[in-house]
Design a protein around this ligand. Structure first.
Ligand code: ATP
Ligand code: MG
Length: 283
């Protein structure tokens, strides 16, 4: 795909009305097969002192096209491990991961992972950090990559900071750079590991809104999002379906489908019924 085409897609996002957005979203939802499937996935770490630590046990999970899935579970239960497996960064010890109908063999630009803390290279500028995600796009010139990266930095509200270094940015701005980098390869699936946990409440509110808008616009990637969070209300506000995990080794304690209209009102009784359901599953 040409950089110009990508920018065009970016522009079309801005002109899409909410009705069109809704229609595209409904269409994408009707694709019957899953975008990502975990089949009997187990994982354990080898301990330095010998023995192994069982982290995930026989997980079966299916993520649909256009779906926004939330994941919650006790600290240390294996959520980040699960995200790394979904991203193809580590292989399950048993079971398999199927991405768009085929076994996932390793990392792919079609799946992006935003880490728990923004992992930026301190010696590269903001623009270079985002361009790094396009390193495998052999068909693009350096100029194309620069333009595409700039368009995505603009989208996350960082235009004007292209030549800054990570050390010159606030925590919220670093997280925005990480988001631009996760999105610039236009992935089908965006994985986010506690993306808002280190942000101040106001920055978190605006980034949440941006991500929700982007996801609802199904003419633009990503189609589907999986987000880990320890904030129950954040998940009820954003996710269509919430997977609650047990203590380590993580298994599925329950799945809650959130059937609330968007934008969701945190103060409503219905909202709190969902929050209570999740807490009950966690306890
Ligand atoms: N590289 C590693 N080597 C050995 N053990 C590890 C490694 N990474 C994680 N662990 C262990 O595996 C378990 C699960 O870790 P993981 O980071 O997946 O949990 P988590 O649910 O994301 O935790 P948190 O909520 O604190 O982010 C923890 O007990 C952790 O100590
Ligand atoms: Mg974690």
């Amino acid at each position: 795909m040409e950089a110009g085409e990508k920018n065009l897609r970016n522009d079309s996002a801005k002109s899409t009305t909410s009705v069109e957005t809704r229609i595209r979203y409904e269409e994408a939802r009707r694709v019957p097969e899953a975008i990502l499937e975990l089949r009997d996935v187990s994982y354990s770490y080898e301990m330095r002192k010998g023995g192994e630590l069982k982290v995930l046990e026989d997980l079966n999970l299916s993520i649909s096209y256009a779906e926004f899935v939330g994941v919650i579970g006790p600290s240390g239960c294996g959520k980040s491990t699960l995200m790394r497996i979904m991203a193809g960064l580590i292989k399950p010890k048993s079971g398999e991961v199927i991405f768009r109908g085929k076994p996932l063999k390793g990392p792919t630009p079609r799946i992006s992972l935003m880490f728990q803390t923004p992992a930026l290279f301190p010696w590269y500028t903001v623009l270079e950090n985002v361009m790094l995600a396009l390193i495998h796009e052999k068909g693009l010139t350096k100029r194309d990559k620069e333009e595409t990266a700039k368009a995505f930095l603009d989208m996350v509200g960082l235009s004007g900071f292209e030549t800054a270094y990570p050390a010159e940015l606030s925590g919220g701005m670093k997280q925005r750079v990480a988001l631009a980098r996760a999105l610039v390869s236009q992935p089908d699936l965006l994985l986010m590991d506690e993306p808002f946990s280190n942000l101040d409440p106001l920055t978190a509110i605006s980034l949440r809104r941006e991500i929700e808008t982007l996801w609802l616009n199904q003419s633009l990637p990503p189609s589907s999002i999986v987000m880990v969070s320890h904030d129950v209300e954040e998940l009820v506000e954003m996710a269509e379906r919430i997977i609650v995990l047990t203590d380590r080794p993580a298994r599925i304690a329950g799945i809650v489908e959130v059937k609330l209209e968007r934008p969701r009102q945190r103060r409503s009784n219905e909202f709190y019924d969902y929050v209570d359901k999740i807490y009950t599953l966690l306890s």
